[in-house]
Design a protein around this ligand. Structure first.
Ligand code: NAP
Length: 266
């Protein structure tokens, strides 16, 4: 059995280090290199807290892709860096599986075009937890019957982007199902700016950032005399790893960019 050769970008991060542990557990995956801002030339096993793996750390992405014969890049970094990594990987024929959130719609369009030109699979998913994907799909379904909806997303306080990619994606899915609608009273006024949160197509999104949280979201639908709440909690970053593994398996067979794990589920 030939193994899928993987580069992980952001290996010392909360998600990246969890991805290394996931790769270590699967016989069909092999970590061939990591992209890190520090530790150039060291081995993964030399870094305290990381698994006992021989793969080399690189700070230079061109050197990394030229030397490591990689099939797949897993990117778990920051929005600006993740975008550059993804573009560079495509140019080297390395298939990106991107968990990094915060890409703009223009960036997603550019990556879609690049993937198509190169005929290479790319998967970008704002949430790799299967339960979160189901939450988004159930929300899309509920929006047919409940067009009034607000989203509360809660994350740990080290998260860089707000609202979360999952909240934006949920709003986009709901938008496909309902007539555009500005919610709340037409004369509503914020006495403190931001009180009503972000606004996507009239839906309001509220972002909570606190220590102790991982990734949580409630989608609250309101109708006459009733509310429906669809809620998902990721209590540990392990919850994202089955979706990353599924994406690695799929990306090897794709020749276009797929945005969202829901497009891979039966
Ligand atoms: P984190 O702990 O801050 O890790 C990010 C890592 O990226 C850090 O180790 C950082 O290095 C590294 N990094 C930054 N610039 C780099 C560069 N130029 N080259 C290589 N590495 C670089 O963040 P996290 O919680 O793991 O989250 C990472 C990303 O995944 C975020 O965008 C987050 O929103 C996203 N996320 C996605 C999902 C999903 O299911 N799709 C779930 C959770 C999180 P330093 O430590 O040196 O700064």
């Amino acid at each position: 059995m030939s193994k899928v050769k993987i580069v992980v970008a952001g290996p010392r991060g909360r998600m990246g280090s969890e991805a290394l542990r996931m790769i270590e557990k699967h016989d069909d995956l092999e970590l061939v290199a990591c992209l890190d801002m520090e530790n150039d030339g060291k081995k993964v096993k030399d870094i305290a807290g990381l698994p006992n793996l021989d793969a080399r750390m690189y700070t230079n992405i061109d050197q990394c892709f030229s030397e490591a014969q990689a099939d797949v890049l897993i990117d778990l970094t920051t929005p600006e860096v993740g975008f550059l990594h993804t573009k560079t990987a495509i140019s080297y024929g390395v298939r990106p599986v991107v968990g990094t959130t915060g890409f703009t719609s223009d960036q997603l369009e550019e990556l879609t075009d690049l993937a198509e030109e190169k005929g290479i699979g790319v998967i970008i998913a704002p949430n790799f937890a299967i339960g979160a994907v189901l939450m988004m799909e159930f929300s899309k379904w509920a929006a047919k019957y409940f067009p009034d909806v607000e989203i509360i997303e809660k994350h740990h306080d080290q998260k860089l982007d707000a609202p979360s990619g999952t909240a934006v994606k949920t709003a986009e899915l709901i938008k496909q199902e309902r007539e555009s609608k500005q919610q709340g009273h037409p004369n509503e006024k914020e006495t403190i700016p931001g009180a009503r949160g972000a606004n996507i197509d009239g839906m309001h999104i509220h972002s909570v950032r606190l220590p102790g949280l991982v990734a949580h979201q409630e989608v609250i639908f309101g109708g006459p005399g009733e509310n429906l709440t669809i809620k998902h909690d990721s209590f540990h970053r392990e919850s994202f790893m089955s979706g990353i593994k599924l994406s690695i398996d799929h990306v090897m067979k794709l020749d276009v960019l797929v945005y969202g794990l829901e497009n891979l589920l039966e």
